[in-house]
Design a protein around this ligand. Structure first.
Ligand SMILES: [Fe+2]
Ligand SMILES: [Fe+2]
Length: 219
C-alpha cells in the first residue's frame, strides 16, 4: 500500500493511552500476590506499557507538540480510563483479562495501520518494537484465559469487542464529554487504588520519565 500520511496522530494522546493501559495492567497484577511468577509477568507487561507511553511522549516532545493537559485528566479522558472496567475486582478476572486481550488486538491492528501510513524511520522502528510487545501481551493473556471456562472467555471477548466498537462510534475526537463531577469521582477512585507516589503521577507533564525510571522498583 502507498504511504500517504492520511493518518495524523497525536503522540501525546497516544502516550496517555499507553500510560492508562499500564495502570490497568498494574491493577490486574495486584490480584496475583499469591502467584509470584504470574504477577512478575503482569508487572513486566505494565512496564512495557509505560515504555510505550514514553516513546510517544518523546515523539510529542521532539515535535514541540506537548499540550498543557494534567495527567489525571489526560489518563481519564484521553487515555481511556473513563471507559475502562478498571478499577476492578479479582472476581471479574475473566472479564478484565478479556478486556486487556481485546485491547492488545486493537493495538496490533492500530500499529499495522500506522505502518501503512507513516514512512518516518523513527516512528516505524517504535511501532515495530511495540508490535512485538503487544503480540507477547496478547499471547500471555490468551495463555491465561485458556485455563478458564472456554464459553465464558469467548463471550467475554465478544462483549468487549462490541463495547469498543460502540465507544469508537461515540467518541469521534479522543476526548469524551465527561461531566466534571464524574471526572473528580474517577480521579479519587483511581488514586485510592494507585497512590500517586507509585507512578509519580502529578499534575504536570513530566511524569513519564519518572514512571520509566521506576522500572527497577517494580520488576
Ligand atoms: Fe502498549
Ligand atoms: Fe500491551
Amino acid at each position: 500500500m502507498k504511504k500517504n500520511q492520511k493518518l495524523r496522530l497525536n503522540w501525546q494522546h497516544l502516550s496517555f493511552t499507553e500510560y492508562a493501559s499500564g495502570i490497568e495492567v498494574y491493577q490486574a497484577a495486584l490480584f496475583f500476590k499469591d502467584k509470584k511468577n504470574i504477577q512478575k509477568k503482569i508487572l513486566d507487561h505494565a512496564l512495557d506499557e509505560y515504555r510505550h507511553s514514553r516513546y510517544f511522549y518523546n515523539l510529542a516532545k521532539k515535535r514541540g507538540a506537548i499540550e498543557g493537559i494534567s495527567s489525571p485528566s489526560g489518563l481519564i479522558n484521553i487515555g481511556g480510563l473513563s471507559k475502562s472496567p478498571f478499577p476492578t475486582k479479582k472476581s471479574k478476572e475473566i472479564s478484565f483479562c478479556s478486556y486487556l486481550y481485546v485491547g492488545e488486538l486493537r493495538a496490533i491492528e492500530f500499529g499495522d495501520r500506522v505502518k501503512e501510513n507513516y514512512s518516518n524511520k523513527e516512528i516505524l522502528k517504535i511501532f515495530q518494537i511495540i508490535d512485538q510487545d503487544e503480540k507477547n501481551h496478547a499471547k500471555g493473556l490468551m495463555n491465561y484465559l485458556s485455563t478458564k471456562n472456554d464459553t465464558r472467555v469467548k463471550l467475554s471477548i465478544m462483549w468487549h469487542k462490541m463495547k469498543f466498537i460502540f465507544s469508537d462510534r461515540n467518541s469521534f475526537g479522543l476526548i469524551s464529554k465527561l461531566k466534571t463531577k464524574t471526572e473528580q469521582f474517577l480521579i479519587k477512585k483511581i488514586f485510592n487504588f494507585f497512590p500517586e507516589t507509585i507512578f509519580e503521577t502529578k499534575n504536570n507533564n513530566n511524569n513519564f520519565e519518572e514512571a520509566y525510571l521506576n522500572r527497577k522498583r517494580l520488576s
